[in-house]
Design a protein around this ligand. Structure first.
Ligand SMILES: C[S@@+](CC[C@H](N)C(=O)[O-])C[C@H]1O[C@@H](n2cnc3c(N)ncnc32)[C@H](O)[C@@H]1O
Length: 288
């Protein structure tokens, strides 16, 4: 299926869904921003360790592009760690809230937020080769139809020597029923979605991961499972060189009801390490 990346039902439905989630997330305990307000970082343990490995000297003076920044919690964490950040998200309420929080924290001079579809980013932010880091984590490319074009956009923004930091649910973990199997928390999840599909999953799911009581009005979403090989090929074909690749058995949300809390906001398997739940990847834009 060929998709118009700049317009269409997929974009309208997904944007309406995310717009509606913003006030729910802002009010939720899941996105507790107390640490941000005290000048700290609320990056999850995987991303925090990844950024520390990548920048052992810290983020002072680094320019970061945060793709699909939601309402800016991770963007502003990176600012609190010393970076200057541009965050991009297609949701207007998310960008409004990110700007409001940046102003409240007194860091608006180092945090710029742009409302844009990822696929429009090059037009709205015409600054090629200007970022030390493109950061994008936890629930990103699954909302994007074309991962090859995403990778080209990432490469276009990176300085020579700049890095992509990517962490997300492992595509093998997206095959499970996230609404839970009969038997509830005690049983392992059942398989619901194929690992690879030529069509998007068009779902009608009014639930939200940050507030299980919420019933969303704009429930229709379009989601894509990109096999790991497709994502890695896209990154390589865009001219980036993969430097680090890791699989993890924990991730920062309850991906299915059988997942159990592991501390520090992370969730994992209740018993054995059945399959990895998260993937983490660092790629560099080689020097010319
Ligand atoms: C699960 S959230 C990412 C959360 C992120 N890890 C954070 O910092 O909190 C997914 C985000 O992707 C955004 N999004 C989805 N499709 C997009 C697109 N085509 N262009 C830009 N943003 C998009 C949504 O608005 C939402 O904020």
């Amino acid at each position: 299926m060929s998709v118009d990346l700049r317009s269409g039902d997929w974009l309208d439905d997904n944007r309406a869904n995310w717009d509606e989630r913003v006030p729910v997330h802002v009010a939720s305990e899941f996105y507790d921003r107390a640490v941000l307000r005290s000048g700290g970082s609320q990056l999850d343990p995987i991303a925090r360790a990844g950024i520390e490995r990548l920048f052992p000297e810290g983020l002072e003076g680094k320019r970061v592009l945060h793709l699909q920044c939601h309402f800016g919690s991770d963007s502003l964490s990176l600012v609190n760690l010393g970076a200057t950040v541009v965050g991009i998200d297609f949701s207007e309420p998310a960008i409004d809230e990110a700007r409001r929080t940046a102003a409240e924290l007194g860091v608006a001079d180092r945090a710029r937020f742009i409302q844009a579809n990822v696929y429009d980013a090059r037009h709205l932010l015409p600054e090629p080769e200007s970022f030390d880091l493109v950061f994008t984590t936890w629930g990103t490319i699954g909302w994007l139809p074309d991962v090859a074009e995403w990778a080209r956009i990432v490469a276009w923004f990176l300085k020579p020597g700049g890095h992509l930091y990517f962490a997300d649910g492992h595509p093998t973990a997206w095959i499970f029923d996230d609404q839970g199997a009969a038997g509830g928390e005690a049983s392992l999840p059942s398989v619901k979605y194929p690992y690879a599909a030529s069509e998007p999953d068009v779902l009608d799911d009014p639930s939200d991961y940050a507030d299980t009581e919420t019933v969303l009005e704009h429930a229709r979403t379009w989601e894509w499972t990109h096999p790991l090989s497709e994502t890695m090929r896209a990154i390589r074909d865009a001219g980036l060189v993969i430097e680090e690749f890791e699989e993890h058995f924990r991730l920062p949300w309850r991906i299915f009801p059988a997942a159990v809390p592991l501390g520090e906001g992370m969730f994992g398997w209740p018993d054995a390490k059945w399959i990895p739940l998260a993937v983490e990847l660092v790629a560099v834009h080689p020097e010319h």
